[in-house]
Design a protein around this ligand. Structure first.
Ligand code: DGY
Length: 319
């Protein structure tokens, strides 16, 4: 039987690429450059399936120019804000993602950012690294204690719950906002707030774990930053689009926000150059899911979805 033709847009894990090469007539972009609109449109005429990352943008305009050959976009990501889902659906193209498998890796990174921002990781590293550490005092680099503090989580999906589980290890008092309250076995004692505004009032530490949708763009704006307790710490490992970055800087200038840990930015790659002057912003380059174990699991999950689709079954992660 002829194998389906598959385009893999980026350099996925070795195990993923080996399995893909075994089961598909695959072309891999070994140069690892993001797929352009032109490349996506051309690929739609040459391939039955694409495994893209969040770096490839399936806008309505691009999808409108697709050939009828492409049948499935099996994303190597949990977030699908780079895909115009209604446009893909209208073209009869199946779309899948990779939930679950990256929750722990992303929650680990959120924990790193929360601890690092609370305890001056950027300034502390710099001062030792540059040889500028020439004195010590009890008043030196005094941070904000995480243990026992109140944590607000926006979006109590898989990643939010994984983060809450890790935060329980620090005896944090966990509050959350979600579209609906979780059943008790998932909430594990976390306190539900039926509005973002209500949650923000108790969020000494705030961590974002919701998807970027038209409803959540600039979710954290000036009005909402103003509701945080004085000296709050803000962590974002979800999507840059959730945070109005100018409003964040303003909130930091007033002291409302003491520090921020960011793995996601409005502009990626690149980030926000205005953040660079602030050592109380701990930044990472969108690497929440970047562990070897998770990269393999994401690749295999995308291939599982493709395998089901081409076997005539409904992929487990069909959106
Ligand atoms: C995801 O899976 O959405 C991560 O942000 C990496 O793309």
């Amino acid at each position: 039987m002829t194998k389906p033709r598959l385009w893999i847009t980026r350099r996925l894990s070795d195990a993923t690429l080996e399995r893909a090469a075994r089961d598909y007539d695959v072309v891999i972009n070994h140069e690892d450059t993001p797929g352009t609109a032109e490349e996506l449109i051309a690929a739609s005429a040459e391939f039955d399936a694409i495994i893209p990352c969040h770096s490839e943008h399936f806008s309505a305009d691009v999808v409108a120019q697709f050939s009828d050959r492409l049948k499935i976009v099996a994303n190597h990501s949990v977030g699908v804000d780079h895909c115009d889902l209604p446009a893909l659906k209208a073209r009869g193209i199946a779309v899948t993602n990779t939930p679950d498998v990256l929750s722990d890796a992303t929650a680990e990174l959120a924990m790193l950012l929360m601890l690092g921002t609370a305890r001056h990781a950027v300034a502390g590293d710099r001062i030792v690294r540059t040889g500028a550490w020439d004195s010590w005092s009890p008043a030196f680099m005094v941070g904000k204690q995480v243990t026992g503090a109140r944590l607000g989580i926006i979006g109590m999906g898989r990643v939010g719950r994984a983060f809450a589980a890790k935060a329980r290890g620090f005896d944090m008092e966990i509050h959350y906002y979600n579209r609906s309250a979780l059943p008790a076995d998932q909430a594990q004692g976390a306190i539900y707030h039926d509005s973002v505004e209500s949650l923000l009032g108790v969020a000494d530490f705030l961590s974002l774990h919701c998807p970027a949708t038209p409803d959540t763009i600039n979710l954290m704006n000036a009005d909402r930053f103003a509701l945080l307790p004085e000296g709050a710490v803000v962590v974002n490992t979800a999507r840059g689009a959730l945070v109005d970055e100018a409003a964040l800087l303003d909130a930091m200038a007033t002291g409302r926000v003491a520090a921020a840990g960011l793995d996601c930015f409005q502009v990626e790659p690149g980030g926000n150059p205005a953040f660079a002057a602030h050592e109380n912003i701990f930044m990472l380059p969108h690497i929440g899911s970047a562990t070897r174990k998770t990269r393999d699991a994401m690749g295999f999950r995308a291939l599982d979805n493709l395998d089901a689709f081409f076997a005539g079954q409904t992929p487990g992660d069909l959106l």
